[in-house]
Every structure is written in structure tokens, then in C-alpha cells.
Write a protein that binds this ligand. Structure first.
Ligand SMILES: [Zn+2]
Length: 245
């Protein structure tokens, strides 16, 4: 059942959210600014765009239908121009090209899921699990997982379990992993939350471009329904990588 799966994911996300409130870890906003050379000067603090619907102080009860939950979304590149194509090779995802060091921010409030701080990729073996280089994934309050990779650096304080608001800096645009030499960009993937290291799902199962278009225009388009449909269609066979592995 699509709706049941969606609600389950939402409940899991909300549970993680509430657990996080009991002993809140340091947030990126309170952490020291990154000391990396490619941090754009003049923007040491992550942007915060609190809204009543996404307030951490008053999470909404689980709605009867997850698509109707009001969630604020942010375009995942902040402070720099980002360009992207509607299509991606091999599977649904979007490569967002922006200058090296530009801020990659969380598109939604949620909890950091997985973080990769070491670039293990090499061209000789081109292992699928390593192609993302340095990366961060966040499970949003909408129950959807968002993934950005090829980062030059993961932002200070970003680690699994940390609660973030939409617009909080997760890392910096780079070309780690298989993006080496292709020009700095963030590979952006939208998926349902899955087991750790199930990278073939994490890299993307739904085309993000229509949602990026909306978020950039200030509209709160939600991928919840599209992800639920993808999970219904692809979930049963997602236990192993079947394409571009
Ligand atoms: Zn890509």
C-alpha cells in the first residue's frame, strides 16, 4: 500500500525528530564556521528560513495523507547560481552545477542520515558505492530522503542523527568521487529512506528537476507522492543494484 508505506516513513521520520529533541546535538548554526579554504567569504552562517509549518518547536501531528503535510522546501544551492538539466544518465537524479565551494543546503527540515567524509573513488575500479565521493543524506520531516554528493567538504557539525532545518548548510559544492575533472556540481538524489549504504537507492529514484524548478521559484512542491509511487513500483526489487552498478 502506497499510503501505508508513506505514513510509515513519515512516522519513522517524526520519531527520529522527536528523539532528537530530547538531547539536541549541536546544530550547524551554532558550530564554528568552516575553516576550509573554499568556504565562500562573507557567508559564514547557514541561511535559516523558519516558517510556522516547519517549526521544530511545534511539529504537526501525522496527517491522514502525507502529501497534504505542509513542509517548507529550499533550493539546495544557496548563495550561488545553480544550473541543471532535466535529465540524468542511467537513472533519475539531477546534477546541479555551481561554483566550487558554493553552499549545498538541506532542501527540507529533517535528520542527517548518512555522511561520507572520505573520497574513496578511483577511476580504475569506478566502484558504484564510491562514485559519490563526499556526500550527505537527510531524511526530511516529509519522510523522503535527499542526497547530495561530489561535495568538496561536509560542513562542520553535520553527522548522522543531527537535526537540521531547511536551508542549513550541509557541505560545499565540489567534484569528489566520479565527478573528478567534470566540473564542480552536486549530484542530487531523491528516494525513500533505506538501509545504510544502499547507495543504488540513495542516489535517486525520482527525477528531482520538477521539484527543483518549484523550489527555486519559491513554491513548496512535495515529492512525497512521487517517491511513494516509485517505492511501490521499484521497492520489491531494490535489494540489489540492477543498473549502472
Ligand atoms: Zn549525477
Amino acid at each position: 500500500m502506497v499510503v501505508v508505506a508513506g505514513v510509515t516513513g513519515l512516522v519513522v521520520a517524526l520519531s527520529a525528530w522527536q528523539e532528537g529533541r530530547e538531547s539536541p546535538p549541536p546544530t550547524p548554526a551554532s558550530a564554528a564556521p568552516e575553516a576550509t579554504p573554499d568556504t565562500p567569504s562573507g557567508r559564514p552562517e547557514p541561511r535559516r528560513t523558519p516558517s510556522p509549518s516547519a517549526s521544530a518547536e511545534a511539529p504537526e501531528p501525522a496527517p491522514s495523507h502525507p502529501v497534504r503535510k505542509k513542509v517548507s522546501y529550499a533550493f539546495p544551492i544557496e548563495g550561488c547560481a545553480g544550473s541543471y538539466a532535466a535529465e540524468h544518465h542511467n537513472y533519475p537524479a539531477t546534477d546541479i552545477f555551481a561554483a566550487q565551494g558554493c553552499a549545498f543546503v538541506s532542501p527540507v527540515a529533517g535528520v542527517v542520515d548518512e555522511v561520507g567524509t572520505v573520497d574513496r573513488w578511483s577511476a580504475s575500479d569506478n566502484r558504484g558505492a564510491d562514485r559519490g565521493g563526499k556526500f550527505v543524506s537527510v531524511v526530511g520531516v516529509d519522510g523522503v530522503r535527499y542526497y547530495g554528493s561530489h561535495l568538496s567538504v561536509v560542513a562542520s557539525g553535520i553527522r548522522p542523527g543531527v537535526r537540521v532545518q531547511d536551508g542549513v548548510r550541509l557541505g560545499s559544492v565540489g567534484e569528489t568521487g566520479s565527478a573528478r575533472g567534470t566540473g564542480p556540481h552536486v549530484h542530487f538524489g531523491i528516494s525513500w529512506p533505506g538501509p545504510p549504504d544502499q547507495w543504488w537507492v540513495r542516489r535517486g529514484v525520482v527525477a528531482p528537476a520538477p521539484f527543483l524548478d518549484a523550489w527555486r521559484a519559491g513554491r513548496n512542491a512535495s515529492p512525497v507522492a512521487a517517491v511513494a509511487e516509485a517505492e511501490r513500483r521499484l521497492g520489491p526489487q531494490s535489494g540489489e543494484c540492477r543498473q549502472y552498478c
